[in-house]
Design a protein around this ligand. Structure first.
Ligand SMILES: C[S@@+](CC[C@H](N)C(=O)[O-])C[C@H]1O[C@@H](n2cnc3c(N)ncnc32)[C@H](O)[C@@H]1O
Length: 244
């Protein structure tokens, strides 16, 4: 089975949207870990006056994490799947949260990060990068929509490279597959399993951030069964942009 990309992936997420919240709630630590990664942006408490982009917001779990950590920030939440976004928008949000249907690869065309609304203080991307066809291109877009000194936190399944962490990941996915297949979402969850095994290790992904021009890049672990499997990788756009 090939890795799902672009329209096929968006369509698989459209279908899985109806059960997504139930499945992630059964995953110990899912919401707490998102909040921990949001805190790792290191922004001023409450986030008053800050503009934050949630890239690949899905049904809004990562948006809710940002809102709980930065309740006074303006949050723009973006996703390529209309079905996931519909679930997110159906939830109760303050007027400071807005949702936009667009792929991460086309932020400029959607008017995000350009013109009068340009210059985010932070970008949060939870479980997005592994799904993109060209992570370097998306990292460049992220850098371009950030104001000088802006922060990024990528919360992602990025394996340590140790055999035991790959084995735990495969055991978790194998356990999940009968349920997700019965729900009609087997292709998406086989994609999840495989995409993590094929994606960067955390060291490799951290290097991508540095290569994309981020400074102060650090990879931080998350606890529980996700140890060695899920990390927050944080970075910052330099205060002074170098001339190209
Ligand atoms: C695993 S979900 C994570 C959702 C949410 N961030 C969370 O933490 O629960 C990944 C989301 O990324 C979205 N996605 C995947 N590729 C994308 C892309 N290229 N541009 C925008 N969204 C994308 C999917 O539609 C899906 O909603």
């Amino acid at each position: 089975m090939p890795t799902l990309r672009d329209a096929a992936l968006a369509s698989a997420f459209d279908h899985a949207a109806r059960t997504y919240d139930t499945l992630v709630s059964a995953n110990p630590g899912y919401h707490a870990h998102l909040r921990r990664s949001a805190r790792r942006l290191g922004l001023p408490a409450q986030g008053r006056g800050l503009r934050v982009l949630d890239l690949g917001c899905g049904t809004g779990a990562s948006t809710a994490a940002l809102l709980s950590v930065l309740p006074d920030a303006e949050i723009t939440a973006v996703d390529a799947s209309a079905g996931m976004l519909e679930r997110a928008e159906a939830k109760h949000w303050p007027s400071s949260v807005t949702f936009v249907h667009t792929p991460a690869e086309q932020l400029g065309a959607a008017g995000i990060g350009s013109g009068p609304v340009g210059g985010f203080d932070a970008v949060f991307a939870a479980y997005l990068f592994r799904n993109t066809a060209d992570p370097d291109r998306v990292l460049t877009s992220v850098r371009d929509v950030l104001a000088p000194g802006g922060r990024v936190a990528v919360h992602e399944y990025t394996l340590s490279g140790k055999h035991r962490h790959r084995a735990v990941w495969s055991a978790v996915c194998a356990g999940l597959l009968p349920v997700t297949t019965a729900l009609g979402d087997g292709a998406l969850y086989r994609h999840l399993w495989r995409s993590v095994l094929e994606f960067d290790t955390v060291t490799h992904f951290s290097r991508r951030l540095t290569a994309a021009g981020f400074t102060r890049v650090r990879a931080l672990p998350l606890p529980g069964w996700q140890t060695g499997i899920t990390h927050t990788v944080v970075g910052q756009v330099p205060q002074e942009r170098t001339r190209g």
